[in-house]
Design a binder for this molecule. Structure first.
Ligand code: WTA
Length: 677
């Protein structure tokens, strides 16, 4: 925020003037079958019933031992839910469904190559495979309750199987998105202190069989540098019997899962009853500084919240075929591909590859073939599919009843295509706003209860009380048209417990800003600061405008500007780097990189390419910059801070505003000429 010193107000304070969009009402046939059709749910989840209201979500689960305290605030703001309760997540997602559903599909995996058969795991088969992997992890890899295990896996059935195997043992999984680089994986291994890495030889993406195993060698080297030794690398194979990676298997360290599993055929492992507040997993996400944050999620609270929101907001029934096109390597996949749907005994579909492989009709063919009735994706995918095949959905005879959009703001025009063309005008849409940190949805309409409004997420979901504060902590009035920082007044069971190993950063990033009393153990004194700007209209609906911190939301994925800047600085010719978000037709936002060079170094295309390459190797292809601009100097404040805001205005062709207070105002025109021609 200090970068804006004396120049402008913050992003969150700019008044916005949206056109009010028309409302769309849920179709009668949707309401007729919905899990929740009664407004009374808001009464049940009213603040006067808080926190006991969340018993309703916890009661969707099977407990070994019921809790004695619903919410313990004594260690504020590290909230503890369902204290005294004992539960196992793997048992809740698998075992308990066997009596009724053992022959029902739990997971349907759709490989990217269209001629490769689907993998259908019934609940019984999932049970068998989870047990065998759990036995291997326990007896071969020595994994115990509380140990962290890093999974660097693509979208294959082995990913949820391995997650559930960890959960069965009470081990904490840390899934690293498959597209991340070996370096990014290594940093996460080190931060979490994992001794075991589970990876795969390769996987399909855009019709290519990519090598993946090689990344584990980089990952282990990076982890070692940071002081973390990994003693076992367990390698799944994409095709049984063939190893597709050029990377050698290291003797005594790397083991093929297929080989070792032979010893555990038919083995059963009793699920370990875990305290409700024991961590279930870590999920790393980008923040303001370079180092990613390991968001620590609980077992009982998280699972209750994932199950409750899956039932009421996603409207999942056991009979549904539910397809969320996210990657399990992100929080959306954890909560709404794996834990939520499986806790409810639904059939969850996972797709390996890119949505347009081999053409823009692919998702709709999958939906038709599997009779998917509940569909979930992100605006970036919707924009891509609309561009590549605007008429495609109409050619297939699938029928959705419910659709979700998540991850970034959706433009009303794109929303309408989703509604009329993808949903054929008969499916309800929920625009769900939430974060890695929050475990589950925060704002959304309840699909059978409230009308939809294109571009607006809706009100807080039951039990969530959002509020918009200005910079000084005053509430921004509803319907004022003014934006501010959206916060949540109250804790909820899905909220992360802390940042792994860094409570101080947890408190300062999420709770310090609007805390009324640092010593208070009353939750009312600790609003949760989400880091997004938002407005609230007269009808109570929230419209999310985007991040207020140094995070760029690229195609729905969070990247820290500092991570990209530090990768740019790895190129030895680079003296300074600044990364800003630039609008992109498909991906929403992408990074533009500005670098200045060390004295005496001549700008060249090679340096620009080296910067782009360094970002790819250090983070992954998703972070690839749109442009790398080599500038003579950065626009700076008198105190020497780089004015990223000015660079962002240039990149996006926006008004730059008053720059006369800068230390070097003349540079602005020079950079603008360079970028805009
Ligand atoms: C953004 C993804 C507008 C927001 C679940 C948030 C959204 C960040 C929406 C979290 C939405 C998420 N409308 N913006 N419906 N959903 N966002 O941690 O900026 O990957 O802070 O979690 O995505 O991204 P994350």
């Amino acid at each position: 925020m200090n970068e804006l010193e004396g120049v402008e107000v913050s992003e969150a304070q700019i008044a916005v003037h949206w056109r009010e969009e028309e409302k769309f009402y849920p179709p009668a046939q949707f309401i007729a079958q919905a899990n929740i059709t009664d407004h009374e749910i808001y009464e049940r989840f009213s603040l006067k019933n808080f926190p006991e209201c969340y018993k309703e979500y916890a009661d969707l689960l099977t407990w070994y031992q019921y809790w004695h305290t619903t919410l313990d605030t004594s260690d504020a703001p590290c909230w503890k839910w369902f204290v005294g309760g004992k539960i196992n997540a793997s048992y809740n997602c698998v075992d308990r469904h066997l009596p009724q559903y053992k022959n029902k599909a739990a997971i349907i995996h759709v490989p990217e190559p269209e001629d490769e058969p689907h993998v259908v795991l019934t609940y019984q088969e999932l049970y068998v495979r989870v047990n065998e992997v759990a036995a291997l992890l326990r007896d071969f890899a020595g994994v115990r309750a509380g140990d962290r295990v890093t999974l660097h896996l693509p979208m294959v059935p082995e990913l949820p199987i391995t997650m559930l195997a960890c959960a069965r043992l009470g081990a904490i999984h840390s899934v690293v998105f498959g597209g991340f680089s070996g370096k990014a994986c290594g940093e996460r291994i080190a931060d979490s202190g994992s001794r075991v890495l589970i990876t795969m030889d390769g996987y399909y993406r855009s019709r290519k069989l990519l090598d993946h195993k090689s990344k584990s060698d980089t990952a282990l080297a990076v982890a070692k540098e940071e002081g973390q030794a990994v003693d076992k690398v367990l390698v799944w194979r994409r095709h049984r019997g063939t190893y597709v990676s050029p990377a050698p298997m290291v003797a005594g360290r790397d083991y093929l899962m297929e080989d070792v599993l032979g010893d555990y055929v038919g083995t059963r492992v009793d699920p370990v009853p875990m305290p409700a507040e024991a961590p279930l997993f870590l999920m790393y996400t980008s923040g303001t500084t370079g180092r990613p944050k390991g968001c620590q999620h609980s077992t009982g609270g998280y699972l209750a919240y994932a199950a409750g929101t899956s039932k009421y907001v996603q409207d999942i029934h056991p009979e549904d075929v539910y397809w969320c096109m996210a990657d399990i390597g992100w929080i959306t996949g954890h909560s709404y591909i794996v834990y939520g749907p499986l806790a409810l005994a639904a059939t969850t579909v996972m797709y390996e590859g890119v949505p347009t492989c081999t053409d823009a009709g692919r998702p709709w063919r999958i939906a038709e073939r599997l009779a998917v009735n509940t569909f979930h994706t992100a605006p970036t995918t919707i924009r891509m599919l609309r561009k590549a095949g605007p008429e495609e959905p109409g050619k297939y005879s699938y029928q959705f009843k419910h659709m979700t959009t998540v991850g970034e703001p959706i433009e009303p025009e794109i929303w309408r295509w989703y509604y009329y063309v993808v949903g054929k005008g008969t499916a309800v849409i929920v625009d769900t706003w939430w974060q890695t940190e929050t475990g589950g949805f925060l704002c959304s309409t309840m699909p059978a209860i409230q009308p939809m409004k294109p571009g607006s997420a809706g009100p807080g979901v039951p039990g969530i009380y959002p509020v918009i504060f200005d910079e000084d902590g005053s509430e921004v009035e509803i319907g004022s048209g003014r934006a501010g920082n959206i916060c949540i007044r109250n804790p909820w069971p899905g909220a992360f417990q802390t940042i792994w190993g860094d409570r101080e950063r947890y408190v300062s990033t999420y709770y310090a800003k609007y805390c009324r009393d640092r010593n208070s153990v009353d939750w009312r004194d600790w609003p949760y600061f989400a880091g997004d700007a938002a407005t609230q209209s007269e009808d109570g609906y929230f419209r999310i405008l985007g991040r207020v911190d140094d995070v760029i939301n690229v195609a729905g994925h969070r990247l820290g500007t500092k991570e990209l800047e530090s990768a740019s600085l790895d190129v030895s010719e680079v003296a300074e780097a600044a990364v800003v978000p630039v609008t992109d037709e498909i991906k929403g936002r992408v990074p533009d990189v500005y670098v200045s060079l060390r004295p005496g170094v001549e700008p060249s295309e090679a340096i620009g390419n080296a910067v782009a390459k360094s970002i790819e190797t250090s983070i992954g292809k998703i972070a690839r910059p749109k442009h790398v601009y080599i500038v003579p100097d950065m626009p700076k404040t008198r105190s020497g801070k780089i004015m990223r805001r000015v660079l962002a205005a240039i990149s996006n062709g926006r008004d730059i505003g008053d720059v006369t207070t800068l230390a070097n105002p003349e540079i602005v025109d020079e950079i603008r000429r360079m970028v805009q021609g």
